[in-house]
Design a protein around this ligand. Structure first.
Ligand code: NAD
Ligand code: ZN
Length: 250
């Protein structure tokens, strides 16, 4: 099917839906200059993911922090939302979508103005003390001295995002599950949906017979089995065109 025709079909599905939810991954932030994990230019091509295992961090926080700083903090703090983030915010304001569930930790949905955002994997913006639980804005820490430590108890500070072998907070799972259970349409944007348990929310949507629109530059494991409509293109261009069709031109 032609790109334009698929976009019109997607717009029609969005218009007809009562409760559309966006589910986003690293691909939506690629145009903001933040590398994805896997695929072309992915972080795991150059960095061993074991450094992001919570047990490694607990033993050698200095090494993990050095890598986190280079791979994330030096890039994410400079990143700005792109058209895909802004359009999702406009779509929320216009009532076309109700919420965004994101696997990203970059805070770009909120920076673009989205209000109802569930961050499945936490955020880089907050640091949390591994000893006393005190929370800090990341700007509190001087990342020239690693690992950053707690002002109160000198415990090591950890970014408040999920490391490998860490569980998602119960409340986050409950909130995301509630959103999916209300949804009748899911816009899955820029994710390979291979990360567990984030991908189980897409399985739940499929089990609930929710229609799924997938926007990605490449096919994923979802495309054949879950996706109702696949839009093979960049999120930033697609979302802009989609929004024009939906007539939210502002
Ligand atoms: P992934 O790296 O596994 O896959 C990225 C997906 O995005 C791929 O399917 C790729 O084809 C697609 N993609 C790349 N550029 C795109 C574009 N311009 N438009 C549309 N699609 C595009 O990412 P994932 O599935 O989100 O899972 C990886 C994990 O990585 C998540 O848990 C997330 O927390 C974390 N992560 C977050 C960030 C961030 O916060 N920006 C960055 C890297 C990784
Ligand atoms: Zn502390």
């Amino acid at each position: 099917m032609k790109y334009e025709k698929i976009l019109h079909e997607a717009a029609e599905l969005i218009k007809m839906s009562q409760y559309a939810v966006a589910f986003t991954g690293a691909g939506i932030s690629a145009a903001s200059g933040i590398p994805t994990f896997r695929g072309k230019g992915g972080i795991w091509k150059t960095i061993d993911p074991n450094y992001f295992n919570i047990h490694f961090f607990e033993k050698k926080p200095f090494i993990t922090w050095k890598i986190i700083k280079q791979a994330f903090y030096d890039k994410i703090t400079e990143a700005k939302p792109n058209m895909a983030h802004y359009i999702l915010s406009v779509m929320e304001q216009k009532g076309f979508i109700k919420s965004v569930i994101t696997q990203n930790i970059d805070h770009l949905h909120q920076d673009a103005g989205s209000d109802n955002v569930i961050e499945l994997h936490g955020t880089y913006k907050r640091l949390v003390c591994t000893k006393c639980g005190m929370e800090y804005d990341y700007r509190f820490a001087d990342l020239n001295y690693l690992p950053p430590t707690c002002f109160v108890c000198r415990g090591v500070l950890k970014p408040d995002f999920i490391f490998f072998n860490e569980d998602l907070p119960k409340k986050t799972i409950e909130n995301a599950t509630a959103e999916i259970n209300k949804a009748d349409l899911l816009l899955v944007i820029g994710t390979r949906a291979e990360v567990f348990p984030a991908n189980t929310f897409i399985n739940l949507a499929r089990d609930n017979e929710v229609k799924i629109i997938e926007i990605n530059i490449d096919k994923t494991a979802l495309t054949h089995y879950h996706t109702s409509l696949f839009i093979k293109n960049e999120a930033e261009n697609t979302m802009e065109k989609l929004c024009r069709i939906l007539t939210c031109k502002d």
